[in-house]
Design a protein around this ligand. Structure first.
Ligand SMILES: Nc1ncnc2c1ncn2[C@@H]1O[C@H](COP(=O)(O)OP(=O)(O)O)[C@@H](O)[C@H]1O
Ligand SMILES: [Mg+2]
Length: 368
């Protein structure tokens, strides 16, 4: 078992074309037994971070601690971390049982102990019926489970997975998400799961650490990331369909306040708490954001609304997405399937002022 602490961790790859600062001042604590996802676009520094935790890459500056003890200078095998990658190098001529038991054999476990551990891990990974088969006869999903099982069998303190599902199709992915959840529940290990796919990260992890351009942008639960994204990047990266953003100005009318665009075709009324923070903030140019899930076709009741023309009405089976146009601004609303709204029709969109997010236009940080 292990708590992992990253304190001001930096990774710089020297290169003759100039240094690559792949991880910048990274601070994060992963609790013992916690399941954390590291989420971010390709090239943002996820794998570099993992490789420093595992010990496969030098730390340029900063410290990595396991249970409070500095591990910077420990070899990978002294850290007792297991890592699984997207590619699963199984031994094709060994049976599944032999593949699973191999790391134990290398470490000198006797046969009875090996058998016991192989059966336990095979049970968790649903491999117990195919222990006598060989890898080539297995499906991709089964091979992936063997590979995970083999990484876990030597009972590491920390289990790290790097983009292990990228090549799986939707059905297998769904099954594998369940497998990983069960695995985490059964073994209670500290787990770090790296992905560029928000769906995987949000489905699996207790907490998600969002990275971009070598920097940790925000670490939080699903709800925290969704309701109070630290900045425009997180608000944009988390959520599907993507969040709507509007470049607006603050308009003060007596004691009340609205945020509107140039021709006043878009206008939101923030709630009291948000208005107070905006008044304090001082600047008049802001970025407002609202998620498509938080806009609905208004039924004429007394609520805050926004008027727009229907640009596209996409029926997607379990839901429909309306793309709306107001002036030159396009934005989306998620509505029930089969919602009747013709292209060109003017509609009123209702919203709850609490769902409105406001960001600083310059530094892109959340104001309210
Ligand atoms: N060994 C290396 N030498 C030089 N640059 C590297 C090396 N490994 C990664 N990088 C660079 O560091 C940045 C982060 O890469 P990486 O950690 O692999 O990101 P991710 O896993 O999020 O895609 C990228 O710009 C990548 O090109
Ligand atoms: Mg990577």
């Amino acid at each position: 078992m292990a708590t992992i602490t990253l304190a001001n961790v930096n990774k710089i790859y020297p290169s003759r074309y100039g240094d690559v600062h792949a991880v910048k001042d990274f601070n994060l604590e992963v609790a013992d037994g916690e399941f954390v996802a590291l989420l971010g676009p390709s090239g943002c520094g996820k794998t570099s971070t993992l490789r420093m935790i595992v010990g496969l890459e030098n730390i340029t500056s900063g410290d990595i601690l396991f249970d409070g003890k500095r591990v910077n200078d420990l070899e990978p095998r002294e850290r007792n971390v297991a890592m699984a990658f997207e590619t699963y190098a199984l031994y094709p001529n060994f049976t599944i049982a032999e593949n699973l038991g191999f790391p134990l054999e290398v470490r000198g476990f006797d046969e009875a102990e090996r058998k016991r551990k192989v059966h336990r891990i095979a049970e968790i990974m649903r491999l117990d019926k195919i222990l006598d088969q060989k890898p080539p006869s297995l499906s991709g999903g089964e091979q992936q489970r063997v590979s995970l099982g083999r990484a876990l069998i030597r009972d590491p303190d920390v289990f790290i997975l790097d983009e292990v599902m990228s090549h799986l199709d939707a059905n297998l992915k769904f099954q594998m998400l369940l497998d990983l959840k069960v695995l985490h529940r059964e073994l209670g290990k500290t787990m770090i799961y790296v992905t560029h796919d928000q769906m995987e990260a949000l489905a699996l992890a207790d907490r998600v650490a969002v990275m971009d351009h070598a920097l940790l942008q925000q670490a939080g639960t699903r709800n925290e990331l969704y309701a109070t994204p630290a900045n425009v990047f997180v608000a944009d990266f988390i959520g599907e369909p993507p969040t709507n953003f509007f470049d607006l100005k603050i308009m003060r009318e007596g004691s009340s306040l609205r945020v509107v665009n140039g021709d006043a075709s878009i206008s939101f009324t923030p709630d009291k708490v948000c208005s107070a923070k905006l008044s304090q903030h001082g600047q008049d140019d802001i970025i407002a954001a609202i998620r498509p899930q938080h806009l609905h076709l208004a039924n004429g009741a007394d609520e805050d609304t926004l008027s727009a023309k229907v640009h596209i009405n996409e029926y997607l089976g379990e839901r429909s997405i309306l793309t709306l146009k107001s002036g030159s601004q396009l934005f989306r609303a998620l509505v029930p399937p089969h919602t009747a709204a013709q292209r060109g029709e003017t509609v009123l969109l209702g919203y709850n002022p609490q769902d409105l997010m406001i960001f600083d236009k310059d530094n892109k940080q959340l104001i309210a």
